[in-house]
Design a protein around this ligand. Structure first.
Ligand SMILES: C[S@@+](CC[C@H](N)C(=O)[O-])C[C@H]1O[C@@H](n2cnc3c(N)ncnc32)[C@H](O)[C@@H]1O
Length: 268
């Protein structure tokens, strides 16, 4: 692990990083599915299209079928689970630590949602995916949990930002700050070693980091557009902090210090 910190994997501390009202996040996410991670923009004109393109790649890698039982770990506001339920008719449950987000997901979207720590989930389950959640977890622990839940031949796909060859410890430390030190970035090789040792066969699919700059661009634009409302919701200091953090992330992505990877792992 290139950088770590005190709150990594601590399910009591992680929610504090996502502690504002649903209204705050959905105002700057400003899209149908309120996906709070990098979307895929190739040929897309709207955020909704980019959210769907990413969900479709998850489906393809997961070899998603009707009635597959699937867990979405760290489902956030639940949008991706909803897209996949609607388009592929799989039996998807999203797990999320933030009770208000789960309440919102249940009211707004189509999958099943539970306010539950992913480490408390019980199988059997055919497939597992996550998006932007790995950063919060000690990798041995999360992959070990998935291994225990999946049957032989079971598939999981995790999407996360990984440090490229150009990273430095300082870049990772600074990016970890954007997660209030509840996360830690690593290089792909680090994760692959753990996955292989557990008994997964792995395929890495890369998407260009410009997908993330387009995503953060949108969030930054919406923060400015809805500045008054957001200040009313969280106060000026918090908005300024989040805006500055996003700008810092955006700069690192532009410098290609990180890349977007989907890692598909099949349990042997
Ligand atoms: C960056 S957000 C991404 C949300 C969602 N996957 C998306 O793409 O919109 C990461 C989410 O993981 C959730 N999370 C982190 N650790 C978790 C755990 N142990 N159990 C369940 N959810 C967790 C956080 O609460 C947060 O909502």
């Amino acid at each position: 692990m290139v950088s770590s910190n005190f709150a990594l994997g601590d399910s009591k501390i992680i929610p504090l990083h996502y502690n504002e009202s649903v209204d705050y996040y959905t105002t700057f996410l400003n899209s149908k599915f309120n996906v709070y991670s990098c979307c895929l923009w190739e040929g897309c004109n709207t955020t909704e299209e980019a959210e769907i393109q990413k969900a479709d790649l998850f489906a393809e890698l997961l070899e998603l079928k009707k009635a597959d039982k699937v867990f979405d770990f760290g489902c956030g506001f639940g949008g991706t689970a909803s897209i996949l339920t609607e388009r592929y008719h799989s039996d998807i449950t999203g797990f999320e630590l933030r009770p208000h987000w789960v309440e919102f997901a249940r009211k707004s979207y189509k999958a099943r949602y539970e306010c539950k720590d992913l480490y408390d989930t019980v199988g059997p389950v055919d497939k597992i995916y996550s998006d932007g959640m790995l950063v919060h977890q000690p990798r041995e622990k999360i992959y070990g949990k998935c291994f225990q839940l999946l049957p032989p031949g079971g598939i999981m796909v995790h999407k996360e930002l990984y440090a490229t060859g150009n990273w430095s410890e300082k870049d990772c430390r600074e990016l970890n700050l954007t997660f209030d030190n509840t996360g830690a970035y690593t290089k792909m090789e680090h994760d692959l070693k753990i996955l292989e040792a557990l008994g997964f066969e792995n395929t890495v699919v890369e998407r260009d980091i410009t997908n993330y700059t387009l995503t953060t661009n949108n969030w930054l634009r919406m923060m400015l557009k809805h500045k008054e409302k957001l200040v009313e919701l969280v106060g000026w200091a918090k908005l300024e902090k989040d805006h500055n953090m996003l700008m810092a992330m955006h700069k690192k992505y532009t410098e290609r210090l990180f890349t977007v990877l989907f890692v598909k792992s099949v349990k042997k």
